[in-house]
Design a protein around this ligand. Structure first.
Ligand code: HEM
Length: 414
C-alpha cells in the first residue's frame, strides 16, 4: 500500500489526531517522502537547560508547578545490616553533594557514568526522606520517630506486596528526560554502596512539557480523567500549612519537611473500559472531557455536593470518589496529590499492568491520606471497583539542607 506523502497529507487537511493542533504534530507523524525534517527553529531545544531551585526551607520536588516533569522514579533503600551512625551521616552528606551537582546538570566529581553526558539539568529534582523502619537502626533511637511517621494502618481493600513497599530511605526523582532520571538514581545508588542498597524502584511518566497548548492545564491519568483539579494550590494562603510541617512542630528536624504517602495503584482498565462514559463520570463525580463537576460549571467551579439532577437524585452520587475524598467530609484533611502514570506491560493473566504511582504530600498523614483512605475504603468509593492498591510506603521527607550542611542534619547531626 502506498502511504500518503507529507505534502499530500497536509494538503488534505486530515490529521487523524482527534483535536490535536494540526501543524507540527501532524507533520512529525508523517512518513518521510524526502522532505526536510522539522526545521531546527521548530524543535524544542530549551527543555534541557531548565533547572529547579529548592524553595528553602523546603526540598525541591514537592510544590513544583502543575506542568510537572515528564518522567519520574520513586525508590527505597534499606541500610545494610550493622550500618553505623557515621556511615548514615556520610551517606546523607554524599547524597546532598551529589544532588547539588546533578540538579545543576554537572557530573559529580569522579563520576565515570556517561549515561547523561551532554544532557542539561532537564528540571531534575531529587527529594529525600526517612522511613519508619530507619528508627532503631544506625544508632537512631526508635523513640525519636515522630508520631506522624507511625506505620500506616491496614486498609480493607488493599492487596500489598511487602517486598515492594516501605524502606529505610525514600527518594523521589523527576526530570524532563528519562536518561537524566536513570543516571541520577544510579549515581545515588553508587554513593550508597556499603551503607544502603536499593529495596525497590518504580518509574512513571506524566504529560511531556510542550505536549499541550496550555502549559498550566491539568494533566490526565490513564483512566483518561483530569487528575489534580482540586489540589491545594501554592497561591492559596493555607497551602504551606497543608503540605509542609509547621515551623513550630514538636519534631524540630522535620520543620519545613513534608510527609509522603506512596501507593502503587493498579487500574483495572479492562473493567473500566467496559463502562459507559456516563457511568465513568458518575464514579468520579466529574466529566471526563472538561473535568467539570457533575453539579455544574467548568473545571474549577466549586463542587456543590448538595446539587441535584432534575429528577431529585444527587448530581454527585453518594459513592462518587470526589464526594468521599473531599476535605469537607474528612475533618478538613488535605494533601497535595502529584501522581505519575506507570505502564509496566502485562500482568501474568494478560491484563494491563498500568496505573498510578500515587504520591501524596502533607504536613501530617493523620490529617491527610489516612482519614481519606479510611473513608474511601469504609464507604465503598465507586472507584475501588476499578483499582487495586499494590504497594505502600511512608517517608518523612526532610527539609532542605541548611546552608553548608546536609539533608537530615537536624536528626543525624545531633
Ligand atoms: C488510581 C487511583 C485514583 C484515581 C484514578 C483518582 C482520580 C481522581 C480524580 C479524577 C479526581 C478529580 C479531580 C481532582 O480533583 O484531582 C480525584 C480527586 C481526589 N482524589 Fe483521587 N484518585 C485516585 C486515588 C486517590 C486516593 C488513594 C486518594 C486518597 C486517599 C485520593 C484523594 C483524592 C482527593 C482528596 C481528591 C479531591 C477531592 C475534592 O476535594 O474534590 N484519590 N481523584
Amino acid at each position: 500500500m502506498k502511504l500518503p506523502t507529507r505534502r499530500a497529507f497536509l494538503a488534505t487537511g486530515a490529521t487523524g489526531l482527534g483535536g490535536v493542533a494540526a501543524g507540527a504534530a501532524a507533520s512529525a507523524l508523517l512518513l518521510d517522502d524526502g522532505s526536510p525534517a522539522t526545521p531546527a527553529a521548530d524543535r524544542v531545544t530549551s527543555l534541557g537547560t531548565a533547572s529547579v531551585a529548592a524553595p528553602f526551607p523546603h526540598q525541591a520536588g514537592i510544590s513544583v508547578p502543575a506542568q510537572q516533569q515528564g518522567h519520574g522514579t520513586v525508590a527505597a533503600f534499606d541500610l545494610v545490616p550493622g550500618a553505623s551512625p557515621a556511615q548514615l551521616k556520610a551517606l546523607m552528606q554524599a547524597w546532598t553533594a551529589a544532588i547539588a551537582d546533578l540538579t545543576a546538570g554537572r557530573a559529580p566529581a569522579g563520576d565515570p557514568d556517561t549515561t547523561a553526558l551532554g544532557s542539561g539539568p532537564c528540571s531534575l529534582t531529587i527529594t529525600v526522606g526517612f522511613g519508619p523502619s530507619l528508627f532503631g537502626k544506625a544508632g537512631l533511637d526508635a523513640a525519636r520517630r515522630p508520631p506522624q511517621l507511625a506505620p500506616l494502618p491496614v486498609f480493607g481493600t488493599e492487596k500489598l506486596d511487602p517486598a515492594r513497599g516501605d524502606g529505610d530511605l525514600g527518594v523521589v526523582l523527576a526530570a524532563d528526560d528519562a536518561l537524566v532520571v536513570f543516571h541520577a538514581l544510579r549515581t545515588l545508588t553508587r554513593a550508597a554502596a556499603g551503607t544502603a542498597k536499593p529495596r525497590w524502584v518504580m518509574s512513571g511518566f506524566s504529560r511531556a512539557p510542550g505536549s499541550s497548548p496550555d502549559p498550566d492545564a491539568t494533566g490526565r491519568n490513564l483512566m483518561g480523567q483530569l487528575d489534580g483539579t482540586n489540589n491545594p494550590a501554592p497561591a492559596q494562603p493555607d497551602f504551606a500549612s497543608k503540605v509542609y510541617v509547621a515551623p513550630d512542630d514538636a519534631t524540630a528536624w522535620m520543620r519545613g519537611g513534608s510527609y509522603l504517602v506512596f501507593r502503587r495503584i493498579r487500574m483495572l482498565l479492562t473493567s473500566w473500559d467496559a463502562q459507559t462514559t456516563a457511568e465513568q463520570e458518575r464514579v468520579i463525580g466529574r466529566r471526563k472531557d472538561t473535568g467539570a463537576p457533575l453539579s455544574g460549571g467548568t473545571e474549577h467551579t466549586p463542587v456543590n455536593l448538595a446539587g441535584q439532577n432534575p429528577d431529585g437524585s444527587l448530581a454527585i452520587r453518594g459513592d462518587a470518589h470526589i464526594r468521599l475524598a473531599a476535605a469537607a467530609g474528612n475533618g478538613g484533611a488535605a494533601m497535595l496529590r502529584r501522581g505519575l502514570s506507570y505502564d509496566d506491560g502485562l500482568t501474568a493473566d494478560g491484563e494491563p499492568d498500568a496505573g498510578l504511582l500515587f504520591l501524596a504530600w502533607q504536613a501530617d498523614p493523620g490529617h491527610g491520606f489516612i482519614p481519606v483512605q479510611q473513608r474511601l475504603t469504609r464507604n465503598m468509593d465507586a472507584l475501588n471497583r476499578f483499582t487495586t492498591h499494590e504497594t505502600s510506603a511512608l517517608f518523612a521527607m526532610v527539609p532542605a539542607a541548611p546552608p553548608g550542611g546536609y539533608l537530615g542534619q537536624g536528626l543525624l547531626g545531633a
